[in-house]
Design a protein around this ligand. Structure first.
Ligand SMILES: C[S@@+](CC[C@H](N)C(=O)[O-])C[C@H]1O[C@@H](n2cnc3c(N)ncnc32)[C@H](O)[C@@H]1O
Length: 267
């Protein structure tokens, strides 16, 4: 990751990651269960938003969670310990320069990390080196190109596009979800299975209206207001109209859709 990590490391972003994780637990994690005694590497754990669920769902697996940010690792560690889990150990480490023995993990879990990397295939290749033969990798990513809503709003699409463009300028790819199959294939994984996980939100699902449309997706787009305007990507009025357009989809007659992609592949 380079210095312009588009989501930043501030407290609001950490809360957003927590909201995202707790709202999406069933959709993204229900089929991720690691067997007793297996060794699992979570690469790019951030503040531990997914780590909690991994630890809870696979209580007898030995999970090692790493992140390049020492502050995030410290926060993740504190959270996991305060929840009483003892099956996770943490360390600050770089996916491109890991310090483990080769082939030391049965499973690798990567969530919302590749989208920030200029060299996602290289990252997967680096991780593969630490996977045992016949071990599996699970990769979860979003794809902003999959967002559509009612009522439609041109300004909202423009605001979302600012986030896509900023992430691109920072070396990442906010539309990477659709690329998981070709990426894993290019790196030589086999038995690749990608499943799209659509979040469909209307006002009959108030938990998703709050937890996903407002506090995850719209909060993320709102978070790039300043940098988008400063970069000359959009004017203030259009951006603010776009945010209003996104909130408008959370009203009684509104609908919001977004698709995550979850890939599982074997070494
Ligand atoms: C959007 S966060 C996702 C965190 C967590 N996986 C989640 O789903 O909540 C992306 C994380 O990847 C980490 N990251 C980026 N590049 C990395 C690298 N080269 N090695 C390890 N972690 C990295 C960042 O520090 C950040 O915590």
């Amino acid at each position: 990751m380079n210095d312009t990590y588009v989501h930043g490391y501030d407290q609001r972003e950490n809360i957003r990651l927590q909201d995202q994780a707790s709202t999406l637990v069933d959709l993204l994690h229900s089929d991720t269960l690691f067997p007793a005694g297996s060794r699992v590497l979570e690469a790019g754990c951030g503040v531990g938003a997914q780590t909690i669920t991994l630890a809870k769902n696979s209580p007898e697996a030995h999970i090692t969670s790493i992140d390049i940010s020492a502050a995030s690792v410290a926060e993740a560690k504190e959270k996991i310990e305060s929840e009483g889990f003892s099956n996770v150990c943490f360390q600050q480490d770089d996916i491109f320069n890991l310090s483990f023995e080769p082939k030391s993990f049965d499973h690798i879990f990567v969530c919302f990390v590749l989208e920030h990397l200029a060299r996602p295939a290289k990252a997967l290749n680096c991780l593969k080196f630490f996977l045992k033969t016949a071990g599996t990798i699970t990769v979860i990513e979003g794809d902003h190109g999959s967002s559509y809503f009612y009522p439609d709003s041109e300004a909202a699409h423009k605001a979302i596009q600012c986030q896509v463009e900023l992430q691109k300028r920072a070396g990442g790819n906010a539309n990477i979800g659709r690329e998981l199959y070709p990426l894993l294939n290019a790196v030589g994984f086999s038995s690749i299975h990608v499943s799209p996980r659509m979040v469909y939100v209307d006002s009959s699902k108030p938990r998703l209206v709050e937890g996903f449309t407002k506090n995850t997706f719209t909060a993320m787009i709102e978070g790039v207001r300043g940098s988008s305007i400063n970069a000359g990507l959009i004017d203030e009025k259009t951006f603010d109209d776009g945010i209003r357009g996104l909130y408008r989809t959370t009203e009684t007659d509104g609908v919001f859709c977004y698709t995550f992609f979850k890939a599982i592949a074997t070494k």
